[in-house]
Design a binder for this molecule. Structure first.
Ligand code: G3H
Ligand code: 13P
Ligand code: ZN
Length: 333
């Protein structure tokens, strides 16, 4: 049994309370490899932003859970080396699908877990979430739960269409489960194709898709039922068109990729939404940079020569999110 406190990590409780009061949100960035982790830690350390490092089931399968856990332990030491005296770093399981997965993460040093029972019938979601909460709280590990279903397909996480969270359920759900934060569905979705072209309009000047707005009325109703309760938004990548263009220019094929406009995320960050999940944007930045180098320098075969620029571009992206979208810079001095 490894306790996260011995690794210098923190849970989300205090972080979320401060974010709600301060009208900003904490970035939750997924990572699968060293370059992503380096870029996240550098961006957080340089901006003094609290940060959540997210590990999905897919990431654990890809990189090995133990190695990822040690990378996160290294993240705290690296952050200090970069001059961030008191790093506020959370190691979080993203979309935990069973009690056993959550338990194994808690036992190996995670400070926060998500149990995603959103696809289950309501009572089963409650029972599973409560079981995880009861275990996690013994070790002061915080638990994110989910109510409502996001649309979109991303590896293990698939749902044909979204079902907005029902505000009338949130009091009963949070009280009976004891969860520390709640992921809700208000129209965001996973991946780089968040909306079908038929759901969007087109900007006549650029020809780009303009997505429909998020359901802020659902968010408002949830906040009215649960004043001050930490709310989480999944599927919150913006799918920056400059990365999509770069990928397409250098041999890729991402037609009509579209994300959540930044101004909507800025608005959400000022509310009780205190955790915003971003994964796809980092994948796009990585891929765009790698494609560019390989297209321009076909003789290059040293991975550092293309993973290095990919890391730089991701760092720029993370800083941009922290400073210009979520407003979490300077909140972990
Ligand atoms: O919400 C899903 C995350 O983006 C993780 O995706 O399962 O492909 O690692 P993944
Ligand atoms: P994106 O696919 O929008 O980056 O969402 C990531 C996410 O919600 C991880 O849980
Ligand atoms: Zn998610």
């Amino acid at each position: 049994m490894v306790n996260y406190k011995d690794l210098g990590l923190v849970n989300t409780r205090e972080m979320f309370a401060k974010a709600i009061k301060g009208g900003y949100a904490i970035p939750a960035f997924n990572f699968n490899n060293m370059e992503q982790l380096q870029a996240i830690v550098k961006a957080a350390a340089e901006t003094k932003s609290p940060v959540i490092l997210q590990v999905s089931k897919g990431a654990r399968n890809y990189a090995n859970g133990t190695l990822l856990r040690y990378l996160a332990e290294g993240a705290v030491a690296y952050a200090k080396e970069l001059g961030w005296e008191k790093p506020q770093i959370v190691l979080h399981l993203d979309h935990g699908d069973s009690f056993e997965t959550c338990k194994s993460c808690i036992d190996s040093g995670f400070s926060s877990v998500m149990i995603d029972g959103s696809a289950l019938p309501y009572e089963e979601n409650i029972a599973l979430t409560k079981k995880v909460v009861d275990y996690a709280h013994q070790f002061d590990v915080t638990v994110e739960a989910e109510l409502g279903v996001l649309a979109g397909v991303e590896d293990e996480v698939a749902a044909e269409e979204s079902h907005y969270t029902k505000p009338e359920e949130v009091i009963d759900f949070s009280t009976r489960t004891g969860c520390d934060s709640l992921a809700i569905s208000i129209g965001t979705s996973h991946g780089a194709y968040k909306f079908k072209p038929e759901q969007c309009t087109r900007d006549p000047k650029t020809g780009r898709l303009v997505p429909p707005p998020l359901a802020f009325d659902v968010l408002d109703a949830v906040m009215e039922k649960l004043p001050g309760f930490p709310i989480v938004l999944h599927g919150s990548s913006s799918v920056p068109q400059e990365y999509v263009d770069m990928i397409n220019k250098y041999g890729g094929k991402l037609p009509d990729a579209v994300g959540i406009p930044e101004e909507q995320l800025r608005k959400a960050a000022k509310s009780a939404v205190c955790k915003i999940n971003i994964d796809s944007d980092s994948r796009l930045a990585f891929t765009a940079a790698v494609r560019k180098v390989l297209a321009e320098k076909p003789a290059e075969f040293d991975p550092r020569k293309y993973c290095g620029p990919a890391r730089d571009l991701m760092e720029e992206l993370y800083k941009h999110k922290i400073i210009n979208v979520l407003g979490s810079d300077g909140k972990a001095q």
